[in-house]
Every structure is written in C-alpha cells, then in structure tokens.
Design a protein around this ligand. Sequence first.
Ligand code: GDP
Ligand code: MG
Length: 437
Amino acid sequence: NLTDKLDKAFHILKGHGKITDVNVADTLKEVRRALLDADVNFKIAKDFTTRVKEKAIGENVLTTLQPGQLMVKIVKDELTELMGGEVSGVNLSGNPSIILMSGLQGSGKTTFSGKLANFLKTKKSKKPLLVACDIYRPAAINQLHVVGEQIGVEVYSEPENKNAVEIAQNAIKHAKANGFNVVIVDTAGRLAVDEEMMNEIANVHAAIQPQETLFVVDSMTGQDAVNTAKAFNDRLNFDGVVLTKLDGDTRGGAAISIKSVVNKPIKFIGTGEKMDAIDVFYPDRMADRILGMGDVVSLVERAQAQYDEEEARKLQKKIAKNEFGFDDFLNQIQQIKKMGSMKDLVGMIPGAGKALKDVEINDDAFKHVEAIIQSMTPKERSKPSIIDVKRKQRIAKGSGRKIEEVNQLMKQFDQMSKMMKMMQGGAGKNLMKMMGG
Ligand code: GDP
Ligand code: MG
C-alpha cells in the first residue's frame, strides 16, 4: 500500500532532527519506489522525485528548523499538483445538460450514473433523467431502473430498441418535453477495450454532443486503468475522470498517473456501493490521504452534513442538566452510523488508519449495544444511575447478552457522559474540532 511505503520513506526525515544530503536522497529513492509500486508510471515517478529534490534544494530544506515537515509539505504539494491542483466541477451549461458515461464493463458506470443523478438532485436541485443505453444485457436496463427507483429519479429506456444512438436521442427529446434539465446517459461497456464498443460510444457521443463526457474507471485496476483511460480519451476526448471503488485497498497510483497521462481532471470518486458514496475529487485531500495524514476535512464535512443542529442543541441542554441518558446514547450511535461505514470514517482520522489497519471494524459492532439498550425500561434509559445489579441481570437476560457486556456498556456510557460534559458548548462541533486537532 502506497501510504505505508511513503510512511516508511518519511520515517528517517520525520523522526530525527538532523537531515543530511544522504538521507534526503535515500528518502526520495523510497518515495520513487513507493510510487512505482502503486502503479505510477516510471517517467512520472522519476520526474516527480526530481521536482521534489529541486524544490527541497531551493527551499534549503537542510537548514530549516523542521526539515522533515517541510519535506512532507513539498511532497504533498507536488502530489496535489500532479493530480490536477484545483477542484474541477461538472459542466452543467446546457439545457438540458447532457452527461455521457464511458468506461469498461464493471467499472461502475451504472452505479455512478445513479450516484451522480442523486448528487445533482439533492445538492444542486436539478431534475435529472437517467437513460439506459446498455442495450446488450436486459439485466443492465433493469439495474438502472432499480437504481432510479432507489433515488426517485426517472429512467428512460427502450427495451426493444437495439440502437443506442436512437435511444439517446429519443431520451433527450423526452427530457426537453418533460422539463428535465440534466440527462445522464449510461452506456454499455465490454470487459476489455474493443473496436465495436468504441465505435458505438463514439457514435452516441457524436450524435448527442454531451457537455460532459465522463470516463469511469475502477481504481483497483492500477496501471491498466491508465491504459484504458488513454484508449477512451483517444476516441472520445473526454472531459473528466471518475475513480470508483476507492473504498477498497486504495490505489492512489491510478489517480496520480491518469491525470498525467491523459491530462484530464479527476472530477469525482466513488467510495462504496450505496447511492450516497460519491465525493467530489479534491487533489489536495487525496494527496493527504496518500501520505497518510487522513482526510480530516472530508470527515468533518460529512459529519456536519449529517449532524442536525436542532438535535445538537437539545443534546447540549441535556448534558448541561445531567439528563443525558441511554436513549440519547442510542441516538448518537444512529448518528454515527448515518455518517457512513465505520471503516471509511476511521480511515479518515489521521493516524488511526494505520493504527487500526488490522482491526476488523464492522457496522454490526453496535448491534449488541443496541440490543442491551433496547432491553432497558424507559426509566432506566433516562436515569441510568438506577440500574443496579438486579436490573443488570434482567437486562442481560432480556437482550441475550452476558452480564459482563452490560457492565462494560455501563462503563462506556459513564465515560462518554463525562467526556460530553467536558466538551460542553457546541457539543457536536467541538467534538469534530477535537477530532480534527
Ligand atoms: P458498469 O458495468 O460499469 O455499469 O458497473 P456497475 O455500476 O454495474 O458496477 C459494477 C460493480 O461494482 C457493482 O457490483 C457495483 O455495486 C460495484 N461498485 C460500483 N462503484 C463502486 C464503488 O465506488 N465502490 C464499491 N465498493 N463498489 C462499487
Ligand atoms: Mg452498467
């Protein structure tokens, strides 16, 4: 994993106060090796380390007070630059704006079409129409309909029609006649690049002239992702890249190489199978993530989006009056669960990603806790101090958990109440600030 390798590379620099020419060179060699191992193209990796070295010399890294940190900063800035520097949005200028998906089968086009429709609907107040132009597999049309239903977005399809160009054109007519202002065209992919697929998508592209042609690629495919990107770009001259499946064992390499090879920005990333697992691509955050600093800003943003202000105020009052009970505890757990999968979140906390790498965290971890709380009476929940040994035994029996587990939960609850009391004043936000350091 690239992050681990870079961690190792920076170890010498971070740990000791003294830096010499020799260990800067060593570190850069390690950085280059780490990039190569993560499927970054050889020339890109070599140019990268050359630039970092020049900058390091230019900024007199060796004579500064904290040379290690400065080196990390230089590497981070260069990585950010390599991945595109600025954030680039999606072009929604047309009426309707037409967005065409391209990419191999299994890359995540259909899933991402749904995610993008949902994103534009909820975040940009757009009225999107999804179009099923994968005409080879009836299951593919069905899949898009299922996705559309999930997010409440209409899906246009013509199951009997075997002409993708016609379907796309008809869909746009339908959109114009019915007030849809974004048309997202999902297309068929093959398992590998072939002429027939390229011709078909090129024909659709020429016929509907999309404002935005997105190339969707599975980030797990490494160097292959770069080759596929090149093939599609040669034919379609696409506008942007979508990196999917970045929730798995992150291969930062694809993000780095693709931008360099096709010189098109990465616009979005997919981070899971669910419809809300979509993020705008921020080059600097990705650089942080690759360098193992954790994506704190994303974490805070996601948390804030889910955190209901009103709820926060109520909670604060309760804490102040010592009325924080198990129902609130349960509520908090549900809030955390809403934020996304636990693994995702933990990975974003600086340092935690590494520390907890081998610990299996799953969303079921809370199940037992919830069962125990549900076995408490309302009175016990609102006033946990009344829970004595006898009550504990009853609760354990009712929830099918061991008495030790009930004890542990009581202890955790106690600690959490104390912590919350300590952080009084803007409870939720302060919590997030603390996490962000
Ligand atoms: P298509 O053939 O290009 O339309 O690909 P699909 O949208 O059908 O996706 C192929 C598989 O990848 C499906 O099982 C999706 O659930 C899964 N998938 C798509 N995007 C993501 C992602 O960001 N993360 C994960 N973990 N799975 C994804
Ligand atoms: Mg599909």
